[in-house]
Design a protein around this ligand. Structure first.
Ligand SMILES: NC(=O)c1ccc[n+]([C@@H]2O[C@H](COP(=O)([O-])OP(=O)(O)OC[C@H]3O[C@@H](n4cnc5c(N)ncnc54)[C@H](OP(=O)(O)O)[C@@H]3O)[C@@H](O)[C@H]2O)c1
Length: 277
């Protein structure tokens, strides 16, 4: 792997919680950080805060609300124009389950909101940025998943019939593992590794406070896991794995079902209407 100080690293959802603290640590190490957020004020505040804390002038803000796939396209175009080379992509942005009594919501494209924001946006952004990741390998793609996973019901993927806040969130986290396994396989000859990590359980972040009302670990615990995936030379060439903290772990059984993964891939293609080169 390249030294961190020479890397360009895109972190989605960098305006709070795990993404923001990880950005801080990587900025301290001298990386060029592309900070993504959905709110212009929070994004600007984050950039200023990190700059004040680290002295880094290599912090760039990028705005996109992941509830719109058009916004994801625009984000990818802007980034590609400014950074033809990206070394590490961290798909971290997500909405938590929301309050326990919350009801189903839709994205701007009419998809179940969490499926769109937590999974489809990362899927699309990753494919759109593959040329940047292929530019100067080795590169790493890290999907921030969770140990909380719920099998996808392909007859009710938008949860029109059976919605619960927790399962809406958890199905997106399993979808990310399935995407990780497929993409790793697709990129196995490109020197681009793709892994998924459960950073820590019930960290003290916004989504946990809102959705669970209790915490079990700190953001620092999650940052340690994520930094391991980003910076450890021990993971050079390691791809297609699910990690629980820093240990390789077993995901939900559905992730190992090639038929289910194929079905998810085809559905994701269709829902994102990604044009193939
Ligand atoms: N917290 C945990 O215990 C835990 C456990 C396992 C996995 N994870 C995973 O860790 C990652 C980070 O979670 P966190 O706990 O740090 O959550 P968080 O503090 O709530 O931060 C989530 C980030 O995602 C952004 N985001 C939310 N909706 C978005 C949208 N529509 N478009 C673009 N960005 C959006 C947020 O932006 P705003 O600042 O504008 O809200 C924020 O920057 C997530 O993938 C989560 O699933 C967390």
């Amino acid at each position: 792997m390249k030294p961190i100080a020479e890397q360009t690293i895109l972190i989605t959802g960098a305006t709070d919680g795990l993404g923001k603290q990880t950005a801080l640590e990587l900025a301290k190490q001298g990386a060029t950080i592309l900070l993504h957020g959905r709110d212009p004020q929070r994004l600007d505040n984050t950039r200023q805060e990190l700059q004040a804390a680290t002295g880094s002038t290599r912090l760039e803000p990028y705005l996109a609300d992941f509830s719109s796939l058009d916004a994801v396209h625009a984000l990818a175009e802007t980034i590609q124009a400014r950074h033809p080379q990206i070394d590490t992509l961290i798909n971290n942005a997500a909405l938590g389950p929301g309050a326990p009594d919350s009801t189903r919501e839709l994205s701007q494209d009419g998809y179940e909101l969490r499926f769109a924001v937590n999974y489809l946006a990362s899927y699309l952004l990753t494919y759109l940025l593959l040329p940047c990741l292929r530019h100067t390998p080795p590169s790493r793609i890290i999907n921030v998943g969770s140990i909380g996973q719920y099998p996808l019901d392909f007859d009710d993927i938008m949860l029109e019939r059976h919605y619960t806040p927790l399962n809406a969130y958890r199905q997106t986290k399993l979808a990310l593992v399935m995407f990780t396994f497929d993409l790793a396989d697709m990129l196995k000859d490109d020197d681009i590794t793709v892994n998924c990590v459960h950073p820590a359980s019930l960290m003290n972040t916004k989504m946990v406070v809102e959705g669970f009302g209790r915490t079990m670990s700190t953001v620092a615990d999650g940052v340690a896991s994520l930094l391991y995936l980003i910076t450890s030379p021990a993971l050079d060439g390691i791809t297609g794995k699910f990690f629980d903290h820093q240990q390789e772990a077993r995901a939900n059984e559905q992730a190992y079902d090639p038929v289910a993964r194929r079905q998810l891939h085809l559905l994701s293609e269709q829902l994102t209407m990604r044009s193939r080169a």
